[in-house]
Ligand binder design. Structure first.
Ligand SMILES: Cc1cc2nc3c(=O)[nH]c(=O)nc-3n(C[C@H](O)[C@H](O)[C@H](O)COP(=O)(O)OP(=O)(O)OC[C@H]3O[C@@H](n4cnc5c(N)ncnc54)[C@H](O)[C@@H]3O)c2cc1C
Length: 268
């Protein structure tokens, strides 16, 4: 039997989900678990209305995205048009209509394509207890310490500084063999402070720190990116699953990273 508790605020939901209860976002994964009879979900806590957490708005130099914003909401917002190629590649239309940004951050391997983009963009998370954290820290502890996310804040990347690429076997809506995102700020034609994130290359989205370091001061051309390609999977131990072996993922990662860096990522 599954019990469902309906509350008015995220804070009340956090108090309930501190125990056994699972917080319900759009429900694409939680309700699939329930429908398949997974014993892990016996208590659900949901918001009476998530409308207040669905907004997407400019906040000074940053953009604030409510955790309950769906992939469809992202696609309807011109404020985050740079994220449209990401949202468009999460599942099919029915999934995008329900799948939330908050849920994507907690979606297990090999899901989490949107979180990969947010990690590359150095997203800050506003949590239900009023505290803030960066996405990388939250991902590091997400399976041991469940915290509810209220909103996500990112800086709008300029020009073509942000790129995203999803590699899947089934087009157009297959699950990721891997996803890649890069934020490549440049100064006088040289990369400065690059962030590169991989999805499906570890239990959670991760940064490719060795590749980032190799890009520092480099030009965005064949020669400039060669060090990053050699270091693409340094420190990573990609998992095996039904889509691909870890070995295969390691072998093809530099190829896709090169396409991301020099080809400008995926096109809608
Ligand atoms: C057929 C199918 C195809 C899919 N394809 C893709 C794909 O291509 N790419 C991809 O990335 N994902 C995919 N997914 C996975 C999933 O749909 C998405 O990751 C989605 O964004 C999850 O969001 P949700 O709101 O539905 O999460 P839910 O199912 O509601 O919740 C998932 C988890 O996140 C937690 N959670 C939800 N909101 C919050 C919050 N605000 N704070 C803290 N925890 C929260 C829940 O408690 C739960 O543990 C697919 C799923 C299905 C069923």
């Amino acid at each position: 039997m599954v019990t469902v508790t309906t509350v008015d605020t995220l804070q009340e939901a956090a108090a309930s989900s501190a125990g056994q209860a699972v917080f319900l976002g759009g429900g694409t994964l939680v309700m699939r678990s329930v429908n398949y009879g997974e014993q892990a979900v016996s208590q659900i806590v949901r918001l009476r209305s998530a409308a207040a957490l669905r907004g997407i708005r400019a906040d000074g130099a940053r953009i604030l995205i409510g955790a309950a914003a769906t992939m469809g909401d992202i696609l309807r917002s011109s404020d985050v048009s740079f994220l449209h190629p990401v949202a468009r590649q999460v599942g099919g239309p029915a999934i995008r209509n329900m799948a939330t940004v908050g849920g994507n951050i907690f979606a297990p391997h090999p899901y989490g394509d949107f979180a990969v983009a947010l990690l590359a963009l150095d997203a800050r998370l506003h949590l239900s207890d009023g505290s803030e954290t960066d996405l990388e820290s939250l991902l590091a502890s997400r399976d041991s310490e469940r915290r509810l996310v209220e909103s996500v804040s990112i800086v709008r990347p300029s020009g073509d500084d942000f790129r995203f690429r999803k590699v899947s076997r089934v087009k157009p809506k297959g699950v990721s063999v891997m996803s890649l995102a890069a934020w490549l700020p440049r100064s006088a034609g040289r990369i400065s402070g690059a962030r590169i994130a991989f999805g499906a290359m570890a239990p959670t989205p991760v940064r490719a720190r060795a590749a980032e370091a190799a890009l520092e001061g480099a030009a965005l051309d064949e020669t400039g990116v060669s060090g990053a390609l050699s270091a693409a999977t340094q420190g990573l131990n990609p998992p095996d699953d039904g889509l691909a072996s870890g070995w295969y993922r390691s072998q093809v990662a530099p190829v896709h990273l090169k396409r991301l860096l020099l080809g400008g990522g995926s096109r809608p």
